[in-house]
Design a protein around this ligand. Structure first.
Ligand SMILES: *Cc1c(COP(=O)(O)O)cnc(C)c1O
Length: 351
């Protein structure tokens, strides 16, 4: 099967093999060695010297952890959103009692850092900014470097959903001054769903000390105390750790720059092929994502019918649109394990 959705992604043989390993004690020396190695290797990809925690949950659990560990009910939070996942981040914060200021951009257009600056300059009470690096629902990568520069200028906490970008698209966490950054195992990490990886800066720890939102399972203080012993506070998804460990070995072998370049190459090829089929891209091409491409379902293209034919007759699975984009777009995932030939196969099937 050609599985080309924005996660889960196909798994390379090395990872499938790792997943079949027998269980071990999550409090024993073999597991602590895995925790040590995985955490160290993740630091290289996050490009951070800060703490990294590996949580047993999907990406959204990591988003919730980021919120409840740094904020208090009543805190003013600026949500900068241009898609379904940006809205979700704001909704989570609101659920836990944050007071949301929502700066919205049209889906398919990029976040404008100048608008972020305008909002921050008008409202000194804002404590944190929520931003989505790669908006998976529209196939667009926001200019996080520019946005983070603005947030640093105003010295706010910067909380980033990098669930579908980290490991595929460059995001130097420390250099850009990102305080909490979340990613998920089933996106660029060539692993099954089940783990969220979260980085925590010094500034985020200071916020944590004052943050009063309720938390138990997600508490970074518990995670830190356990990580000091190379453990996790609760029983982790042991098999997923095997997978991530094996995946990170592949990352090390390929090299970070080569990984980014491979994603850029496959993405450019996907866009070219889409256009050569006479179709158009949904998102502003200047911000086109290297992890996922969204295609407009324009005149004469019934996206649901095409998805069905691809699935039933060609064993090729693409994603449709979410929420208000349902029936409006098709999405091709090209993050994680993949090569140019995979895109050729999808395009041939779609002709
Ligand atoms: C996939 C994704 C999520 C949600 O992750 P789950 O693992 O489904 O909980 C959040 N944000 C972005 C940008 C994503 O791509």
């Amino acid at each position: 099967m050609q599985l080309r959705i924005p996660g889960p992604t196909p798994l390379p043989d090395e990872i499938l093999k790792a997943l079949s390993n027998q269980m071990i004690s999550h409090r024993g020396p073999q597991f602590t060695e895995i925790v040590r190695r995985v955490t160290e290797n993740l630091r290289d990809i996050f490009q951070t010297k800060g703490d990294i925690f590996i949580l047993t949950c999907s990406g959204t659990g990591g988003m919730e952890a980021a919120i409840v560990n740094t904020l208090s009910p009543g805190d003013k939070v600026l949500s900068v959103a241009n898609g379904a996942f940006g809205d979700r981040f704001a909704d989570i914060a609101e659920t836990f009692g944050a007071e949301l200021e929502r700066l919205r951009f049209e889906w398919g257009t990029a976040v404008d850092p100048q608008e972020v600056r305008k909002t921050l300059s008008k409202d000194a009470g804002i404590k944190a900014v929520l931003v989505t690096h790669n908006e998976t629902s529209t196939g667009l990568t926001n200019d996080l470097e520019a946005i983070s520069a603005v947030v640093r200028e105003y010295d706010k906490l910067l909380i980033v959903d990098a669930i579908s970008s980290l490991g595929a698209i460059n995001l130097p966490v420390d250099r850009w001054g990102c305080d909490v950054v979340v990613t998920g195992s089933q996106k660029a990490w060539m692993s099954p769903p089940g783990l969220a990886m979260v980085s925590v800066s010094e500034r985020a720890w200071k916020a944590h000390a004052k943050a009063k939102m309720p938390r138990f399972y997600w508490d970074f203080a518990k995670a830190k105390k356990s990580l000091d012993k190379l453990q996790t506070p609760f029983t982790p998804a042991v098999s997923m750790f095997y997978a991530l460990d094996a995946a990170l070995e592949l990352f090390q072998r390929e090299g970070l720059q080569n990984i980014f370049a491979r994603h850029a190459r496959i993405a450019a090829k996907t866009r070219d092929e889409v256009k050569s089929l006479g179709l158009s891209l949904f998102a502003d091409e200047r911000y086109a994502s290297n992890a996922i491409t969204a295609i407009k379902a324009t005149k004469g293209l019934d996206s649901k019918q095409l998805l069905k034919i691809l699935r039933e007759e060609y064993d090729t699975v693409l994603a449709g649109g979410q929420q208000r984009l349902d029936g409006q777009i098709l999405r091709v995932g090209h993050l994680g394990y993949g090569h140019e030939q995979d895109i050729d196969a999808v395009v041939d099937d779609s002709k």
